[in-house]
Structure formats: structure tokens, C-alpha cells
Ligand binder design. Structure first.
Ligand SMILES: Nc1ncnc2c1ncn2[C@@H]1O[C@H](COP(=O)(O)OP(=O)(O)OP(=O)(O)O)[C@@H](O)[C@H]1O
Ligand SMILES: [Mg+2]
Length: 390
């Protein structure tokens, strides 16, 4: 069986996850793919984490809102893209998603409010490692049952390690349910207050110091929070397991974003290997911001004439400096090409990556309709005519 092409994945899957190292272009690629899918007629929800404000402004979207925002098709029509489907963008609100989860799993509305009002909750729901990724997964699951959308394109949060994403629910639960926190909860539960007789001298000293620094109320509220959160665990842990399992279903596909740098390609490769071990396999790899190779270098006279035509003054060896910059760019592009071809032939092929697509580095950041359309076209050359092709 041949692996589906990108147009086929966009036409057939329910969820397309864009994962990759920080800054490689995940958000941009997610938006460009959502656009391509909407062009072919799908009703797409693009769930984004950290939208580029300028791009949002240009698309007529409010970057400060966590509401679902339907994209106005007019600017795309003007850029030659007729959206047969719909494109809705929503920004992940980690805390709001977490709040909903607590309300759903708490034993009573009062218990939910106690947790939500606890100052430690504010930390756990926004700052704890993995929370953002886990809440993005929660949000996807809640959208899956929404009949207004055929396809969810999920932009993933910047993580130090792209692999973190799949582990987020488990890791979060592990942290909240860690022996240290449980122990602290137990100490309070048994004594009803902080009793130093119950604990070893060394630890008592630490707690005493902590209580002095923070006031005893701090520890009591921490303990209250831990015990309330622990009561959630029956439902909460199960929920995290369900979320993890859902993300392994065949209606999901993982596209790995990278640049041609060795580190970004390493991450894409590790992720592909990981997906393969899970029996999923990567949908494909998108290498973004690839330098253009084979730039023709002008002769000095030709370049000087061009610089003068552009109103520049030929002083301080301007032409020489431009030529050196061009030579450097060419050398970098050639090195990048070599890295990329070697990885495609060896590591990425060993990780069974079915296809590798490239998006060239555009002259400027992707922050307007034309640039987004350009990226989209690089990925799916003619979205309207490709339909469900494979
Ligand atoms: N092909 C491209 N050519 C030029 N600029 C690009 C290209 N793709 C993305 N960019 C720019 O690179 C920057 C990073 O892109 P983006 O925000 O999509 O990355 P990201 O992987 O989502 O980052 P993070 O990990 O921080 O979320 C943005 O300014 C974006 O406009
Ligand atoms: Mg991003």
C-alpha cells in the first residue's frame, strides 16, 4: 500500500497535527495547510497556539481572542484562492480548557470552585510543563464531536523537545500525583494541621522555614489543593489516558515540520521513529525555509549597474560586499542541500518517512495573505484541483 500524499491526508483525515522543533514554522504551516484544505471544500478548524499578531491582523482576526473566528474569504478570493469550504481559527486558551476539565471531573460544583480558586491551581493550569500541550489535545478531542468541522489542523506548542507533545497528559498527571505532593497531602490530612512531630527533623526544618517565609496558610492551601486534585484523579487520570489513546487513532496524522538545520532534522527524525514504534508512522516531513540554491551570481559590472539603477552609491566596496554575501549565501544553500539530501536518503528513509516536501525561505516573514497563499501553494500546488488525489 502506498502512503497517502499530503492532498490525500488533508482530504481524508480528521486531525492533522503539525509537530516539530521550536521556531521551524509550525504555526505558519498549520495555517497554510488549513487554507489548502478549506480551498478544496473541507470545513476546517485551525487550532493555533501562538499566532503571529501581524498575520492575524492582516487576516482580519483578533489575536487577543480565544473565540472561534471564521476567516473572511474575500482577501483570499482577491489573491486567487476561492474557498469552497470554510476556515475557522481558534487560539488555545490553556487555562479555560483546564477549567472546563476540572468542572467536568470534580465531585461537586463546590469542589470545582475550591480548586479553581486555589492559587496553586493558577500555577498548575498555566505554568506546569506539559499543561499547554495536554490542553491542546483536550481541545482537539472536544472539537472532534463538533459537526461543524470536518478537519482539525493542530499547531503544537513550542517545546524544547517535539517528542514531549505525545507524552504531555501522562507527564502532567505524574507531576500532580507525585509522591512528594501526595506525601505533603498525607501529612496534613493526618494531623489536620502542620504537625512537626509527624515528620522527620530535617524535613520539619525545611517546612518550618518555608512556613516562616510564606506563612502557614501557604502550606495549608497547598495541601488542600493536593488533596482536592487527588480526588479528581479517578476521572482525571482515566481522561488523560483516553486523550493519549485518541491521539493514536488512524484518523489522526502527524506531519513533522523542520528546517534544513541538523538539529531540526534530528527532531523530525526522532519523532518519526517514535511514531513508528507506536505503530503510527509519520504522515510526512515538511522542511521549511529552505535556502534557494543555484542562485546565479552576476558579474561585477552587471551588479554595479544594477546597484546604481536602484539609487545606491558605490562606495566602501559595496559591490564587493554584495558579491561576498551572495557567495556566502550560495555556500550555505549548497551545504543545506547536501544535509537535506543525505538525511532523506538515510535517516528519514530509515524512519519510513513517506515523503519530504520543501518550502523555500521567503524574502520576508509570513505575515500577510499573499505570503500565506505562497506557502500553501508550495505544499499543495493547486489545492482546488487536487481534491482527494493520492
Ligand atoms: N517559508 C518561510 N519563509 C520565511 N519566513 C517564514 C517561513 N515560514 C515561517 N516563517 C517565519 O518564521 C517565523 C517562525 O514561524 P512560526 O511562528 O510559524 O514557527 P513555529 O514553529 O510555530 O514557532 P514556535 O515554535 O515558536 O511556535 C515567523 O516569523 C514566520 O513568519
Ligand atoms: Mg508556533
Amino acid at each position: 500500500m502506498t502512503a497517502p500524499t499530503l492532498p490525500a491526508l488533508l482530504a481524508e483525515r480528521r486531525v492533522v497535527v503539525i509537530a516539530g522543533a521550536g521556531g521551524v514554522g509550525k504555526t505558519t504551516i498549520a495555517a497554510a495547510l488549513a487554507l489548502a484544505a478549506a480551498e478544496t471544500g473541507r470545513r476546517v478548524l485551525c487550532l493555533t497556539i501562538d499566532p503571529a499578531k501581524r498575520l492575524f491582523d492582516r487576516l482580519g482576526l483578533d489575536a487577543g481572542s480565544a473565540a472561534e473566528q471564521r476567516l473572511d474569504p474575500a482577501p483570499f478570493a482577491a489573491a486567487g484562492i476561492a474557498l469552497k469550504g470554510e476556515l475557522t481559527v481558534v487560539m488555545l486558551d490553556t487555562k479555560q480548557t483546564f477549567d472546563e476539565l476540572v468542572r467536568r471531573h470534580a465531585s461537586s460544583p463546590a469542589a470545582a470552585e475550591r480548586i479553581l480558586g486555589n492559587e496553586f491551581y493558577a500555577y498548575v493550569s498555566t505554568q506546569l510543563a506539559g499543561t499547554q500541550a495536554y490542553m491542546a489535545m483536550e481541545k482537539v478531542l472536544s472539537v472532534l464531536s463538533d459537526e461543524r468541522y470536518d478537519l482539525v489542523v493542530l499547531d503544537t506548542p513550542p517545546t524544547a523537545d517535539a517528542l514531549d507533545f505525545l507524552d504531555a497528559p501522562g507527564r502532567l498527571i505524574e507531576t500532580l500525583d507525585s509522591p512528594a505532593l501526595r506525601w505533603l497531602g498525607d501529612v496534613f490530612e493526618r494531623s489536620g494541621r502542620l504537625s512537626f512531630n509527624l515528620v522527620a527533623q530535617g524535613i520539619a526544618f525545611v517546612l518550618k522555614t518555608l512556613a516562616k517565609l510564606t506563612g502557614q496558610g501557604f502550606l495549608e492551601r497547598l495541601s488542600e489543593f493536593v488533596s482536592e486534585v487527588n480526588q479528581l484523579f479517578g476521572g482525571f487520570r482515566e481522561r488523560a489516558e483516553r486523550v493519549s489513546a485518541a491521539f493514536k487513532k488512524p484518523e489522526f496524522t502527524y506531519l513533522l515540520a523542520a528546517t534544513a538545520s541538523p538539529n531540526a532534522l534530528d527532531e523530525a527524525q526522532f519523532f518519526a521513529e517514535r511514531l513508528q514504534r507506536l505503530g503510527l508512522g509519520a504522515g510526512g516531513v515538511i522542511v521549511n525555509r529552505v535556502r534557494r540554491s543555484g542562485l546565479s551570481t552576476p558579474g561585477r559590472a552587471e551588479l554595479e549597474a544594477e546597484l546604481v539603477r536602484r539609487g545606491l552609491v558605490l562606495e566602501n566596496d559595496l559591490a564587493g560586499r554584495v558579491l561576498r554575501a551572495l557567495a556566502e549565501e550560495s555556500a550555505l544553500a549548497a551545504a543545506e542541500r547536501k544535509t537535506l539530501e543525505a538525511r532523506k536518503a538515510a535517516e528519514l528513509s530509515a524512519a519510513r518517512v513517506p515523503w519530504v516536501l520543501e518550502v523555500p525561505a521567503l524574502a520576508d516573514s509570513v505575515n500577510d495573505v499573499a505570503a500565506l497563499v505562497a506557502v500553501s501553494r508550495c505544499l499543495v500546488p493547486s489545492a482546488a484541483s487536487s481534491g482527494s488525489g493520492s
